[in-house]
Design a protein around this ligand. Sequence first.
Ligand code: FHN
Length: 441
Amino acid sequence: MKNFKPFGIIILLLLLANLLPAQEKNWMDESKQDRDKRMEWWRDARFGMFIHWGIYSVPAGVYKGKEIKGIGEWIMDHANIPVEEYEKFAKEFNPVKFNADEWVQIASDAGMKYIIITSKHHDGFSMWDSKVSPYNVVEATPFKRDVLKELSVACEKKGMRLGFYYSIMDWHNPDAKGENFAKYRDNYMIPQIKELLSGRYGNVSVLWFDGEWIKEWTEEQGQALYNMLRDIKPDLIINNRVGKGRKGMEGMNKGEGYAGDFGTPEQKIPSKGLPGVDWESCMTMNDTWGYKTYDHDWKSDKVLIRNLIDIASKGGNFLLNVGPTSEGLIPAASVERLAAMGNWIKINGEAIYSTSASPFDKPDWGRYTTKPGKIYAHIFDWSEDKILKVPAKNYKTNRVYLLSDKNKDLKFEQDGDNLQITLPNEAPDSIASVVVIEYEE
Ligand code: FHN
């Protein structure tokens, strides 16, 4: 053993260790503390903008002169448009009025704290400069601009969080259906998602999957993808549609064995929220996600503002959709409504951001949200007797006031189990007026 070299043996062992399968980290086992830290900005944000934008904004709900029933971004399917025909919309996609700074400004003025945009919807068209496929906004359109890149730069400037929607289902790639699915997954979908997380698109905060219901996609694949993505970007937040988490339940993760960080009720607000899990209701402003020229069924300011309050009172986030036109504009009807929401939030945002679900049952006259030391009563219907009763039994109340008039105290007295607050004669806001009850913790 004259030539015994411990150094050589260590190298040999290291080489052997490399041949063994690496112990993969299961990010779903994360501690509550780590999870709370990662989810903090998202929970505080409460309000985000969903953007459905793609080449479906060119037909905008009309094909061969006929108005096609259903949501705009599904036109390829609903009108049975063959792939080669549908591809032609790319050649007509030239949204010269697109201005990422303007979009981010609209979201910011509305009080939204994050944006989720479709990077690739079910039609398979990529809205960024993807090297995986030429079927993308830079190579296949006269526009030739990287939409996601421009938006990421604009978001970074404004401190707006950005996330990408990605459809697992893909009507364009022939391998995405049937026995070649693994080829699509490994050589197309995953490389594309890696591009999105490469750093070129800034600090991507959320990946928002969809189209997971296809039979080729399983919960196991979803969990593997979830772990792979968190390996790449540990602070990433991923919705439950990365796996089969929305099937039969809106919750996921922790205990239930489903991948994903938050539930995604669509076009609805769960009547009691989803206690114990993070969740986000996504909703359209009219009846379509992708732009349709003839959909004028807009929700009113009142419905939208009250939806935001209702969701916050149940501990959820509101992801409100806009469907920009093929010129690159967010429809005026959406911009007006977002501005109205922003005006309400400018006064009452304190009762939305960083709040938790109501500590009390839902009252007839409105909703509650809460924060340490504060209860916010969002009054929809101003009572005729101008008395607000809050079941604040074991609270030591210090002060009560309206968010619209913070310096003026409102009278209150404890009456048995109820705190009775004397309201002014007129509601300061006909949609929702917020009364703050400050108490000693
Ligand atoms: O089919 C899609 C639809 O087009 C839209 O993108 C919504 C948004 O949540 N998700 C799907 C259906 O669940």
